[in-house]
Design a protein around this ligand. Structure first.
Ligand SMILES: *Cc1c(COP(=O)(O)O)cnc(C)c1O
Length: 579
């Protein structure tokens, strides 16, 4: 067994991290997961330190005109108001220039006071050229060249800066998605110190591999980050390109961040059972595990359910497994807590949009990044059918939210289609689209709707986490069997499925199934048997809230990825995490 010294830390690298509403440095699920991971690591006192970029211009503010046309403006936020400047710096070499990298610090505090420091890298310093100063401005902005330079700053700059601060040989590196894979190049170069690149030996690769773990989040080859070799040669130079070649990072003539990460890490995982299967299909030459995502329970449970849990199962705050005991909560109390969450959401919607929704009407929520594979408009495939269902079984209102990436034409088109459907549907099916889907809005939406709808095109949803947030608040999911729902779904118990269990999508069947189940199962239950509906809500908490949380997930990373040799040699801090 390897000895884990007291100062071993896990350095968690992520291109985006959702720290709090006032720090707009994330675009969606990947960032929210990163934030929830750090919040649970802090609760469990796991020795984690995190690295990301500052994203000084934030992830834009969304504006939608009357036809649903999206425009964007930068979010103005002031790092100095929420972060602390760090007195340390390093450099990365881009196109033979030295670019200076500094950082800001944020501290995530756990329930018992443990602190997880987060370093947000910044190149906007006077020593750098005008262009280099913009490198840490825009999340997923610019062209491939800008992205490559950003990823060099994140991976190589981040690793070097951590070493500068004092995180040395004991450090374990966790790559949250491939964006930070170039940190392995920095570690290899450290390994090489004083020797020419051609003298690299298997033992050097092994030394890097033994310290790195990798979580992949992308279920299709096209989603993996890659850069043309000529560009990489120009930016990083010939020597580094040959290092990357011998590291397995060059695939089909491109620098492929996923291949680099797969080759130079000792543990690789997908983010749900199904995603592990899909990833093994894509990369059969690598052993790929699964650790299913979760959400940070106390962050995503709204005030009404938090108060109810505090009263009935107070242990839930420090041990999320106790949410299982929600089975003992009287259904009437579930109904009251949900009514309070729904009232809070409707009030927020009125404040933001001026639209007043009816608390007595079945309210469906659909919010996530607006991008074609998420198919936000599936429920509008047949407007006549939808109207007929609302007329014969009961009214429906649907709350939408989600930003389209500025370059995602398909995503923007999707938003316009929702606006067009709203025009055509009358009062029987009322639609609101709330701008700027961010942490604060998500917090109210996942708790306040009656049903959380999710219908991505299979197998493109690696995990999905918003349905897990809904479950924490007793909101059942109605979802395609992809991502986390493959393992979270018990038909009629925790929610309902759309389509069958097969791997490939059947878009026609998905739409038909969605209407049939709404008409014959979900709406009749909601309007006709409200206590039976509340029973589904309660089971969503007990069965899914107790499992799909980051406390369980971080525990699995500790056991399986970070310290696979067990707790017996772990430091006191790690031992706490393993209890
Ligand atoms: C949870 C969350 C997401 C991710 O939702 P998915 O269902 O995984 O797509 C995206 N954006 C925000 C603001 C969130 O809170």
């Amino acid at each position: 067994m390897t000895h884990v010294p007291t100062r071993t830390s896990v350095a968690y690298f992520s291109m985006e991290i959702c720290l709090e509403q006032a720090i707009p440095t994330y675009s969606g699920g990947l960032g929210v997961l990163a934030g929830d991971t750090l919040r649970s690591a802090a609760d469990l006192a796991v020795p984690v330190v995190a690295v990301t970029l500052l994203h000084r211009k934030g992830y834009f503010e969304q504006h939608l005109d009357a036809s649903g046309q999206q425009t964007e403006t930068p979010v103005h936020w002031k790092p100095e108001e929420v972060l602390e400047r760090v007195d340390a710096w390093t450099t990365v070499t881009l196109e033979e220039r030295e670019v200076r990298v500094t950082a800001w610090k944020y501290v995530v505090k756990g329930v018992r006071g443990h602190e997880v420091p987060v370093y947000l890298l910044d190149t906007n310093v006077p020593e750098n050229s005008e262009w280099d100063r913009t490198l840490t401005d825009t999340l997923y902005g610019g062209d491939d060249h800008y992205r490559l330079c950003q990823e060099i700053v994140l991976g190589m700059g981040g690793a070097a800066l951590l070493q500068e601060i004092g995180y040395q040989n004991g450090t374990i590196y966790h790559l949250n998605e491939g964006h930070s894979a170039l940190l392995t190049l920095q570690l290899l170069e450290k390994q090489l110190i004083g020797r020419p690149a051609f003298e690299l030996e298997d033992a050097d690769f092994e030394a890097v591999r033994s310290r790195c773990v990798f979580t992949t989040h992308t279920p299709v080859p096209a989603g993996h980050d890659k850069f043309p070799l000529e560009m990489v040669r120009k930016v990083l130079g010939d020597t580094r390109v040959s290092l990357l070649e011998s590291s397995g990072g060059i695939h089909e003539g491109m620098l492929n961040m996923t291949h680099l990460a797969l080759h130079l890490t000792r543990f690789v995982n997908g983010v749900a059972m199904r995603h592990g299967e899909v990833s093994r299909g894509m990369f059969p030459e690598y052993p790929i595990d699964s650790i299913t995502n979760g959400v940070h329970a106390t962050t995503w449970t709204g005030p009404a359910f938090a108060a109810l849990f505090d009263r009935r199962i107070p242990e839930w705050r420090h041990d999320n497994l106790y949410l299982r005991y929600a089975v003992s909560i009287p259904l009437q109390e579930i109904r009251e807590a949900h009514a309070a969450s729904k009232a809070a959401l409707l009030e927020e919607i009125e404040r933001r949009t001026g639209e007043r929704l009816d608390p007595g009407v079945m309210t469906i929520g659909f919010a996530r990044r607006a991008t074609p594979y998420k198919r936000a408009d599936l429920i509008f495939s047949d407007l006549d059918r939808l109207t007929a269902i609302a007329r014969s079984v009961g009214k429906i209102q649907i709350v939408f939210g989600g930003k389209a990436h500025p370059h995602d034409g398909g995503g923007k088109e999707l938003i316009r289609r929702i606006f067009a459907a709203r025009e055509k549907l009358g009062d029987l099916v009322k639609i609101v689209y709330v701008e700027n889907y961010e942490m604060a809005l998500a917090y109210k939406m996942v708790a306040g709707v009656d049903l959380w709808l999710n219908n991505p095109m299979k197998p493109l949803e690696a995990s999905g986490t918003s349905g897990m947030k809904a479950a924490m608040n007793g909101v059942p999911s109605f979802s395609v069997l992809d991502g986390w729902w493959v393992e979270g779904h018990v038909e009629g118990v925790t929610g309902w499925s759309i389509g069958g269990p097969e791997l490939e999508a059947d878009p026609t069947r998905d739409a038909v199934d969605l209407y049939i189940k709404l008409e014959r199962v979900i709406l009749p239950l909601f309007y006709g048997l409200p206590f039976a509906y509340a029973e589904v809500m309660r089971s969503a908490i007990a069965l899914n809230g107790s499992f799909f949380n980051t406390q369980r997930m971080v525990g699995q990373y500790v056991h399986n990825a970070y310290f696979p040799n067990g707790a017996s040699n772990a430091s006191p801090a790690e031992a706490i995490a393993l209890i």
